[in-house]
Design a protein around this ligand. Structure first.
Ligand SMILES: Cc1cc2nc3c(=O)[nH]c(=O)nc-3n(C[C@H](O)[C@H](O)[C@H](O)COP(=O)(O)OP(=O)(O)OC[C@H]3O[C@@H](n4cnc5c(N)ncnc54)[C@H](O)[C@@H]3O)c2cc1C
Length: 350
């Protein structure tokens, strides 16, 4: 079966890897865009939603396939980008602390949320009046490293074409035809793993995306000693020598990829609340648009009228957590016609 994948962001990388693992030899079309969310993302995975708090949808199942997938891509790409890491939630109030401990004692929460106040090492510059608690099974993926090294491996195997594919270059029928590099190539299946740009293609143009803009900063501080992910209404992620990612903002009004002073100062204010007068220097500021969709569940599976045309998109702010298991499910569907979970089935919108 000859399969094409459009897009090599987080989604495209993972679906391509799962296809290769099952013995397929997909062709990947991708034009790098430095503002694509996969290039901007902090790459954190975390199974808990803090507000109430509660477990993220399907978290237990997603976590199971996450480790084997990223480790598998590391081996395939001869790379290192997968970092399980301790994650400390710093409480903003006594109420938040109470809410946490009222949940953390019982299953399934106890598998993910520590039921005791954090007593380990924490830089004294971190303000934590109400204490904090750890959550288990978290970490981050260095997304640029994963994307670049996987891409190099695909190139070596002649499986990656660095081209932009427009709507007029694709014909949908018994076979999917893609015009590229002055030729027409036929495929048995085409998987759209091109994030928000899936809307540029007629079969998927009506998908009800509700994109969310996000900005992140990279800072350096010579004095901060933090070796875990900290979270307090924003995250602080240690990514190397004295370097931290600070994020992220959420906006559903401004859909430009312009960097904003507002986004920057929002993050700086939150950071200063956490680290007080500790000195730091901003070394990078990035922006991207998250491919979130109505109902906040991804869109996976075959188009209802074009059975050989598949969606693999709508990852919102949780691509790292969700994509590994969802890719396994989509590949299993393509191979064995297994049922796509109705909660993520793209047909619910088409
Ligand atoms: C500030 C910010 C922080 C984030 N932090 C996290 C985080 O910590 N953890 C997490 O899990 N998620 C995070 N996200 C969300 C995450 O980035 C997205 O869910 C994810 O990147 C979506 O990946 P994707 O591969 O589906 O789409 P994309 O990243 O958009 O990738 C699509 C790829 O396809 C290519 N492409 C598109 N159209 C075409 C075409 N017509 N022809 C050729 N190539 C094409 C693009 O150039 C790109 O390479 C964050 C997002 C933002 C903006």
């Amino acid at each position: 079966m000859k399969i094409a994948v459009l897009g090599q962001g987080i989604s495209g990388t993972i679906i391509t890897f799962q296809l290769i693992k099952k013995g397929f030899k997909p062709t990947v079309f991708d034009q790098i865009n430095p503002n694509s969310p996969s290039r901007v993302a902090a790459g954190i995975w975390n199974p808990v939603t803090f507000r109430r708090p509660s477990l993220s949808w399907n978290a237990e199942k997603f976590i199971e396939s996450l480790g084997p997938t990223y480790k598998g891509i590391e081996i395939f790409s001869n790379s290192k980008f997968y970092y399980p890491m301790n994650y400390l939630r710093i409480f903003s109030s006594a109420e938040e602390q109470n809410n946490w401990f009222s949940k953390a004692a019982d299953e399934p929460f106890s598998n993910f949320m520590n039921n005791t106040l954090y007593k380990g090492n924490l830089d004294r510059k971190i303000r934590n009046r109400f204490g904090g608690a750890e959550l288990f099974h978290a970490g981050y993926v260095d997304t640029n490293k994963m994307l670049n090294d996987f891409r190099e491996e695909l190139k070596k195997r002649n499986q990656l074409l660095e081209v932009n594919i427009g709507q007029s270059q694709v014909s949908f029928g018994k076979k999917v035809q893609v015009n590229h590099s002055n030729q027409t190539e036929e495929f048995d299946a085409l998987i759209f793993a091109n994030g928000l740009n899936i809307r540029d293609f007629q079969p998927f143009e009506d998908l009800p995306f509700q994109p969310v803009k996000g900005e992140v900063l990279t800072i350096k501080s010579k004095t901060l000693k933090v070796d875990k992910i900290l979270s307090k209404g924003f995250f602080m992620l240690p990514v190397g020598e004295l370097t931290f990612k600070i994020g992220a903002t959420y906006s559903n009004t401004d859909m430009t990829t312009d960097l904003t002073e507002k986004g920057k100062s929002e993050l700086i204010d939150k950071l200063k609340e956490l680290i007080g007068d500790t000195e730091f220097e901003i070394v990078d500021h990035k922006v991207g648009i998250r491919p979130a969709i109505k109902g906040r569940r991804p869109v996976i599976g075959p188009h209802p009228h074009y059975e050989n045309t598949f969606a693999f998109s709508g990852m919102g702010s949780k691509a790292i957590l969700m994509a590994p298991l969802l890719a396994e499910q989509l590949v299993d569907h393509i191979e064995n016609k297994s049922q796509i979970d109705s909660e993520v089935d793209v047909k619910r919108f088409l």
